[in-house]
Design a protein around this ligand. Sequence first.
Ligand code: B12
Ligand code: SF4
Length: 600
Amino acid sequence: MPDTEAARDILLISGLDFTSAEGAVYQIGQGILHRIVSERYRTEMINFDSLHSLGILPHGKTIRESLERMTDYMLSFSPRLVGFYTICNSFLTVLELAQRLHEKNPAIRIVFGGPHASVTADACLRSFPFLAAVCRGESEKTFLPLAEALLEGGKLEEVPGITYLREGSIVENPSAPLLTEEELGRYTVFQRQPDEKGEIRDIALEGGRGCPFSCTFCSTSSFWERHFRVKPVDTMIAEMDRFHELYHTTHFSIEHDNFTCQRSHISEFCRKLIERGSPYHWRCSSRTDVLDEELISMMAQAGCTNIFLGVETGSPRMQKILRKNLKLEDVCQRVSEIQKAKILATISLIYGLPEETLEDLRQTIALTEKLYLAGACDVQLHRFFPLPRTEETEKVRERMYFDDEDVDLSIYNRTVIDEEGLALIRAYPELFMQYYTFHSEPRDSFPYLESVFLLLCTTGKRFYRTCCGLIRTYGIEKIYFMQEEFFRQVYISYSEMFARLGFQRMMDQLLGELLERIGNPILDELFRFESDTIRFMKGSEPGPQISTYRLDLISAMRRGVYREGESSVCMWRDAEGKVRSQVIPSGVMQIGYAEENPGS
Ligand code: B12
Ligand code: SF4
């Protein structure tokens, strides 16, 4: 616990995922606000996930105990104002902490900001009148005047961009003008938490805000007002250089919903990096209709290693309904261009949307299979969850209901929700609609389909051939129905297993278990081959190691045909320590291992 010397006027709270060190998310926005208000007030930014992983504030034995410890930790700073970052998946914890804080010291002013409170501001204030205000959307020009008003008796009427209660009625002040592109660069925070060596390999860097599109399921348009802005190229590169200078950072995740939307900007960004010898690796999000082969190749040359693409659906009909309007032929073309440029494509799709039919879903599944087998192993299929203030949610609002077993696994952390938490979710549907569900043919027919993708996509980088073997042999729909109970268990015990085993171990174990259940001897052999390869690569033995499989590995690897037939693999390390391997097909008596024959 901090001592009383540590008293602060303002606390800014984030990191409520109850996750591990790697999972602790640095909140770019909180960092900015911290910097702004620190110039005037003693301010502390608290990320509970980081505190937990550093062993500074361990979790309690029960959720209540953890909440109690977190509340006491906040109180030990004797704060006058506490501001919470809110996002849909951890909003329950935010509310529980805010309630406790208020009960223990009603004099503390509590405010919410961030995406979730911004789109549920009215409901937050009506349900929890102890909240002093909600800051909607961008808050650089809002938070300091709000702090001044709350801490020094100023007028809330004069603070832009906030919603608050006045004599029981909701008041929504007009927003401040959005930051200009030039202004965006002025707020970047360079102070981050390095490792023991004073380094940070990978940093999340804001690329700008807003997206000009208006997809019906996405809350970005209401949050950032569809006003597309990117930081000027020179500012971006200067920021990368500064991070490199400070922490030897070489990898950047450029945070922007759609970083490549403005051709002139992204081309200039790439061109300048290439002129500098492409000193950094970076990744970003985009759409397939704002990329082309020339740009992709330029991005690769400029150091881009991964592009996240929201494709959403494989059904042309649903593309229109969602106003995503991507041409599906172009999607496959772009993905193959991205692969050719040796950039990793992460492709995200959604199913279980309000107007989706089984036929639409089958088209989506077919697209995922096609992309996966073409080499894009990071294909995610998420189950639609209703985000407040989106058009898709409005279509089902009247028929939504809560069912603890039927909640999207990526946002519902079962390990931190107990009976009291469940009661809040049930009592405030407006605030927790992301946890609510509704009936539809695809949702009812494939309730746990997301688990299949979670497994294929997360193990695909290490067990790509095994996963392709599964898809080629059965197809995703059949895999699902053959093992629906298995996928149900994965869906429900996901957060608990994740907390216990960690992500990679959990996924590898699950893939092994799935294969065991399916009982296909050829795929078992393929899995054994890939596991042996990984083990050899991770180990330090020089080799040679020869293993024999009851599988025609050459046809599996070259043609994607999985059939019986004995083959062996010889693995060894060459003079530089690089792993080499050679497949020895059945019928060949013996191939000796030789340094000069590096194999295929
Ligand atoms: C980068 C990103 C991520 C990163 C990092 C997330 C993070 N929490 O920072 C990763 C990949 C980890 C991620 C994961 C997820 N994300 Co995300 N993510 C984004 C993205 C693209 C940019 C966020 C960002 O850095 N913005 C730039 C900074 C400057 O803005 P900011 O942090 O929001 O802060 C500003 C304001 O919010 C406000 N503010 C922030 N905190 C506070 C606090 C106070 C007191 C006040 C007054 C104001 C305030 O002021 C800041 C400055 O203007 C947004 C979309 C978007 N464009 O916003 C989605 C978004 C935030 N993500 C979203 C979702 C759903 C998720 C996931 C739940 C997805 C999933 N199914 O798993 C997870 C949750 C992970 C988590 N624990 O946070 C949704 C949230 C919707 C909602 N209603 O809550 C968004 C809006 C995307 C969308 N289009 O729907 N995400
Ligand atoms: S889904 Fe992507 S393209 Fe569509 S509005 Fe949201 S951020 Fe923009």
